[in-house]
Ligand binder design. Structure first.
Ligand SMILES: NC(=O)c1ccc[n+]([C@@H]2O[C@H](COP(=O)([O-])OP(=O)(O)OC[C@H]3O[C@@H](n4cnc5c(N)ncnc54)[C@H](OP(=O)(O)O)[C@@H]3O)[C@@H](O)[C@H]2O)c1
Length: 256
């Protein structure tokens, strides 16, 4: 069927990416789903209509090549790119093996830049399209994290800068900045979250819904939920040194 828009979602095999895939399928998108777990991708292909899968480890430059080619294919335009896949880490910066930090930035930062760079020219030519970059509140406020937080700050800055330069083109970029979300993220990274009260947790479907609503409203930095909006606003009203002071004492164990 022509006329259906296409969305490419990275990291759709769990958490927020799975919620994006299901919601976008429901909204009538054809899907291109990219992740490492071939079995889970296959299960999504069986569950949802009109799904194409690309098995790729996005932290590996050579495995990003088919994804870049798919995004640049003029015969099969991608209308919405959701850069969602990312990993956290646990432990201190100085004691974490360098290779792990490097792979994390390849995924959280370089892949986001490369995929966005691949998709934008076609969108500009068509005068329509959108990129949702899943960042985090961690990218908006100082915490105890190092490379994860820095990668998300990059994603926010990239999205805001692009959004400015794309004004009037019909192409939009949104940075989606959730707080804690019930997904596999923390378990995968080995981060103990037992200290975090339920009040701080969001659900993937809600975060996706808020992100898509904010994209329609031309909002550039989307912070789902009143409580996280309030936290980010409060952190901006006080001197940054005070936010750092509080984060250093309340931040729990650091995330690389
Ligand atoms: N959960 C939170 O509290 C939270 C808060 C703020 C922001 N975020 C952000 O939300 C986004 C989604 O995370 P999530 O919470 O949904 O985590 P998740 O449940 O762990 O899902 C991560 C997804 O990324 C994929 N992925 C991981 N490494 C990959 C790689 N090297 N190549 C390709 N795909 C890879 C995984 O698929 P495979 O294993 O199949 O490759 C999976 O589908 C991330 O950008 C994260 O930073 C999460």
């Amino acid at each position: 069927m022509s006329g259906m828009p296409t969305a490419l979602v990275t990291g759709p095999t769990a958490g927020l990416g799975a919620a994006f895939a299901r919601r976008l399928a429901h909204d009538g998108y054809r899907l291109v789903l990219v992740a490492r777990d071939a079995e889970r991708l296959e299960a999504l292909r069986r569950e949802l209509p009109d799904v194409e899968v690309i098995v790729a480890d996005l932290s590996r430059p050579e495995q990003r090549v088919p994804v870049v080619q798919r995004l640049q294919d003029p015969e099969r335009p991608v209308d919405l790119l959701v850069n969602n896949a990312a990993v956290g880490g646990q432990g201190e910066f100085w004691s974490t093996p360098y290779a792990g930090l490097h792979d994390q930035l390849e995924l959280n930062l370089i892949a986001v830049m490369e995929l966005t760079h691949a998709v934008l020219p076609g969108m500009m030519q068509r005068g329509a399209g959108a990129v949702i970059n899943v960042a985090s509140v961690a990218g908006l406020t100082p915490g105890r994290g190092s490379t994860y937080t820095a990668s998300k700050a990059y994603v926010v800055a990239l999205s805001e800068g692009l959004s400015n330069s794309l004004q009037g083109t019909g192409v939009r970029v949104l940075a989606l900045c959730p707080g804690f979300v019930h997904t596999e993220f923390h378990a995968r990274a080995g981060i103990d979250m037992s200290w975090a009260p339920e009040l701080l947790w969001l659900y993937p479907d809600y975060v996706v819904d808020q992100g898509l609503k904010d994209l329609q409203r031309d909002i550039v930095v989307s912070i789902p939920s009143v409580r996280y909006k309030a936290l980010v606003t409060a952190s901006r009203l006080v001197p940054r040194s005070l936010t750092r002071f509080v984060a250093a004492r309340l931040g729990g164990r650091s995330r690389t």
